[in-house]
Design a protein around this ligand. Structure first.
Ligand code: ZN
Length: 238
């Protein structure tokens, strides 16, 4: 499989180093579990990057060699350097795919691409059922009608994001809330997918269906070749 996208998994990587439960659930870090899921799914080139590395793990040369970037962050969104936020934003407009996971809804990268607060309501220790509401969509390929996750954090509406181009999942929670949990956007040439599960204390990134969705999303978000438009003041065509 040489034509799979080159993927970089970005993770804040603080909970797993500083708290007992996330360290037990994700001993190799959330990025380690996600990278394994992609390698198992046949993605040939998978790298990882974390917040505390130089340039937050995302210097120019890494982003330039990334077709699809995964983003997991939670407690240190403000520590991501302005230049990194700007570079990721620019790369997405230029065609790089972006898959934003769980609490990445509040990342500066996602908020800057959405232009809204991206706020929501939440509660720990619920259970989640993600219904597939776009059964023909490539991101839902290979799934059943829904995915059940026995323990997850609840995210509830209203989720303050722009209406998505395509809605792939709607979640129901034990407490009665619902949430748009799989959303597709285009910004410039780039494709963005937001996928809700993945609280740091719950083992959702080992769930086979969740791993399938992430693999499907990476392939969906990969850049498409095509013409480079000319912009600015131009002469008439011959
Ligand atoms: Zn969480």
């Amino acid at each position: 499989m040489t034509d799979t996208p080159r993927v970089t998994v970005w993770n804040e990587y603080r909970h797993e180093q500083n708290e007992r439960r996330p360290a037990e659930v994700y001993p190799a870090g959330i990025h380690g579990a996600l990278a394994d899921a992609l390698r198992e799914g046949g993605v040939a080139q998978v790298g990882t990057a974390t917040l505390d590395e130089p340039h937050n793990g995302l210097p120019d040369e890494v982003l330039e060699a990334t077709d699809v970037l995964l983003w997991w962050g939670h407690i240190a969104h403000d520590e991501v350097a302005d230049e990194v936020v700007e570079r990721v934003h620019r790369r997405v407009l230029g065609g790089m795919g972006l898959v934003v996971l769980h609490s990445g809804h509040f990342s500066r990268v996602f908020k800057s691409l959405m232009g809204t607060t991206c706020d929501l309501k939440w509660r720990h220790g619920d259970r989640e059922r993600l219904w597939v509401v776009a059964p023909g969509h490539p991101i839902a390929e290979g799934l059943g009608e829904y995915i059940d996750l026995g323990e997850e954090e609840m995210y509830g509406e209203h989720f303050d994001v722009p209406p998505p181009d395509e809605l792939v999942f709607v979640s129901w929670f034990g407490g009665g809330e619902v949430f748009r949990s799989g959303l597709c956007y285009r910004r410039g040439r780039g494709r963005i997918f937001y996928f809700r599960p993945g609280h740091e204390e719950n083992p959702s990134y080992y769930d086979p269906d969740v791993r399938r969705v992430i693999n499907n999303a990476v392939r969906w978000a990969a850049p498409s070749p095509g013409p480079e438009p000319t912009r600015g003041n131009t002469e008439p065509l011959e």
